[in-house]
Ligand binder design. Structure first.
Ligand SMILES: Cc1cc2nc3c(=O)[nH]c(=O)nc-3n(C[C@H](O)[C@H](O)[C@H](O)COP(=O)(O)O)c2cc1C
Length: 255
């Protein structure tokens, strides 16, 4: 929980407050209380989550660090802390530059994975990941590298004209969850606007293992990327959504 200071305050306008108590009921930190029929800040600390401001029927509360204009962009985050980052790669030229960096990582990884003695040695010291990578991905990555180098066919970003990367700042309490929930909303929003998207886990993985890619994009030190979204006008019109296996949810009933 953060201390209230002038830069991040919860402010109640007593002239507007009707004393209904809706803000007190939703405050997860008991920061607010009703005193003499009006809401007031009763504690010096707040999550600054903005729920009081959103629930107030009289518009009597302001959380000063929240911009009311941002109500259009809505994704939840742990305590509404919004410790997320958005990086836009706006043109095909920029996307190709990023693809070259990511491609370089996979070229080097494939070179390492081809060394049978190295896979065996790592496996022997309890690190079977390179053997697993060799088994599951080496061939398809090699094909993708070959397609890029020889035919200019982009099997990483699929020819997308832009990419959005969503990440979290160092110290974010729920950074992965926050970023991925925002990413899902970006996917839905893009679809509603007639764009096609594809999540590119191969780039997330490369950035997790090679900090130079983040530095190339201007990421802050300690910033982590959790979703990479290729976005553009879809080349293909699907007749229906891609199918899924039927769900079989577990139902728990108290004994
Ligand atoms: C975490 C995650 C990582 C993904 N990584 C890639 C990727 O690197 N390259 C790719 O072409 N598709 C990637 N996808 C897309 C999936 O293959 C795709 O979502 C899945 O086949 C279902 O198809 P749909 O999204 O069209 O319904 C990824 C999807 C998810 C959820």
């Amino acid at each position: 929980m953060r201390a209230l200071e002038s830069s991040s305050a919860v402010v109640v306008d007593p002239a507007l407050c009707t004393g209904c108590g809706a803000c007190v009921a939703v405050c997860p930190a008991s920061t607010l209380a009703i005193v003499e029929g009006k809401a007031c800040v009763a504690k010096p600390r707040s999550l600054l989550c903005g729920h009081c401001m959103a629930v107030c029927p009289a518009d009597a509360i302001r959380v000063t660090c929240i911009d009311p204009q941002t109500y259009r962009f809505s994704a939840p985050s742990g305590t509404n802390s919004q410790q997320w980052t958005f990086t836009i790669v706006p043109t095909r030229r920029d996307v190709v530059a990023l693809a070259e960096k990511v491609g370089g990582f996979y070229r080097r990884l494939n070179e390492l994975a081809r060394k049978r003695w190295l896979r065996a040695l790592l496996g022997w010291v309890g690190r079977p990941q390179l053997e697993r990578y060799y088994r599951d991905h080496h061939t398809s990555v090699q094909e993708a590298v070959h397609a890029w180098e020889n035919d200019g066919r982009d099997m990483l970003f699929w020819g997308a004209p832009s990419v959005i990367l969503i990440g979290s700042l160092p110290g974010a309490s729920c950074g992965v969850e926050d970023a991925n929930l925002a990413a899902q909303n970006v996917l839905l929003g893009a679809h509603a606007m007639g764009y096609g998207t594809c999540l590119i886990g191969f780039t997330v993985e490369a950035m997790r293992r090679d900090d130079s890619i983040g530095a190339f994009l201007g990421l802050a030190s300690g910033e982590r990327i959790h979703s990479v979204i290729a976005i553009g006008r879809p080349a293909v019109t699907f007749r229906r959504v891609v199918g899924r296996r039927s769900l079989d949810p577990r139902v728990f009933r108290a004994p």
